[in-house]
Design a protein around this ligand. Sequence first.
Ligand code: GAL
Length: 355
Amino acid sequence: MNMIIKRSLLLILAILITAFIVGCSSESSKTDNQANDTTKLIANEEKPYIGFVLDTLKDERWYKDKELFEGKVTELGGHVKTLAANGSDDIQITQAELLIEEGVDVLVVVPTNADTASSIVEIAHENGVKVISYDRLILNADVDHYISFDNEKVGEMQASAIIAQRTEGNFAYIGGAETDNNAVLLRQGTMRILQPLIDEGKINLVYDNYTDGWNPDVAEENMKAALQDNGNQIDAVIAANDGTAGGVINALATKNLDGDVPVSGQDAELNAIKRIIDGTQTMTVYKSINLLAENAAEIAIQFANEESIATDQTIPNGKIDVPATLLEPIAVTKDNIEETIIKDGYLTTEEIYGK
Ligand code: GAL
């Protein structure tokens, strides 16, 4: 299919997705023309105009990121439009181009793919638009700021919690999406903890792989294959987030192993907290999305007002040392749900215990 047809199809698709997702600017009730006029108005107004481009809204946390980020930008006097690319690199690039054409001052990007998103930074800079890499790092590009959690520490926490339950035996590593730099950092953190025990021959890493698109169904199939290949002899699983952990636990349940095999997670999803209370999941990692979204909104507004951001942290992305803000993750087991997630209001007692 030649490039022109492909690009026009992508443009149509991106516009359709845009029309569908433009919930946040509460413009959806107005007619398209009015919405376009308003968008032009927004672009021409003094107010900072921020574009928030997400990879997906499939995982529970990204809804919280969207709500909290939009709320903070609005509170700080800016306009914000959020678009999600449903895991498509091409659609994300086209959505970023659309927002740049609409006149955004700053783009805040959760890259679908750490490598291909570098072209978004190029296009943005050609148009004088700054780019913040949100939660996930864009590689090999002149990113203006990176804000996330210490993802290697997340991986260390996951492995430490599991070896606290099992110091030896057959282990499986169910990673995140290889296109996501976070998944690479998580695995590095995990291996820093496991490798000495592997070298001592205490732990046998019988399965070690990334999971396409962080897809829970793919994680479930991979775990079923790992059980099959090892005669169901798997003693512990390090899963990179709660979505993949849910898939792993479904697979373990088919062999009545759920609850016997410790499994890690990340994101403090409601179902994961319930599994931790039930005993089928061992832990998750809570990351204050509130802190992440609020800090990112402040930095975006500062950039839009052409202010510089003071930070002494930098993270290399293969091209430059990106100025960074790294936040602290918190390991959560059944023993500290109250003083972490509930205390922060991330989830309520009603949601978790139904009363
Ligand atoms: C990662 C993120 C995790 C996880 C995952 C899947 O980049 O840090 O919190 O949920 O994406 O979307």
